[in-house]
Design a protein around this ligand. Sequence first.
Ligand code: ZN
Length: 325
Amino acid sequence: MKKLLIASLLATTTLTNASDIVLSKGIKSKLRDNIERDLNALDNLKFKDASPESLKTMGLSNLSAQTASKWLGDRVNYVVDENAISVLKLLLKKVIFVEREGVTFPNANVVPYALDPVNKRPAAVLPEVPTLWPEAVADKKESDDEEKGFVVMSNVGAALYMGGKQSNQVYGMKVSRGLLKSPLKAIAESPRVGIIQIGEGLFMKELTLNNQNPASIANSINRLATFFHEARHSDGNGTSLGFAHSNCPPGHDYSGAAACDENLNGPYTVGATMALEMLKGCQDTCTEREKEILKLVILDSQSRVMKTTYKGTPATVWDDAPESL
Ligand SMILES: [Zn+2]
């Protein structure tokens, strides 16, 4: 955290990596410890023989704990709790505030691909997130026994940037540093502001891969893959801004829900890619059962990548350069 603060004072972001991510004090301490353990686990992961496709997707020339950690740290700067933007906090603490008004954003008139009605299949369900946030950046996972999905993570920073762009103003968000300390102010001048909100689902038993051994590295890998997925929402510009999800096609397991990608390098591809590469590194340390479940998680992510778009054209690799003021 110190390193990050110094880095932002010097107006350079090159020093950040996963262990520099600021975890809001609004997150309960036990949960914060668990997230910290996951992020620290990344710094100690062994990667080996990353495939050329994986390197291409990630835009990396080599994959190591160091490069993976930096990739994540470039796109995730703050993790906030699920109640961070409750109505009460918005009203009383002005957690979200307007930093500047009358701002002209780059690509001002370009609608992100998945949010453009022209490219959109009808949604089967109404989005369950506040209307201020484009639904495309809240990620849900299904628990086994219920129809209801739980929010696992959302990229609030990308949503703030997109929401600000729509209304010609720059939003900021206060990130708690604890009682008696003034909060940090994260200003959404780019989707790379990197504010990730964790949801009730992140450490939920139903979504934990190995409940017999909560501290298992496989559980961390599963959650880290979700972090990588979420981090991809911090990328893109113009039509690719935020790598917003498309509604899944008829016949798909998630038909009608904004849980598919119509590109070849979006969040579901990134999540699957990193889960696959982390799985390679735990061949000796993960149990057979853990490896099997991780493979299913990877297949689930891969099944959400549409090779053909709604319009019937082949899906392409989107520009991942982040838009910025
Ligand atoms: Zn997503």
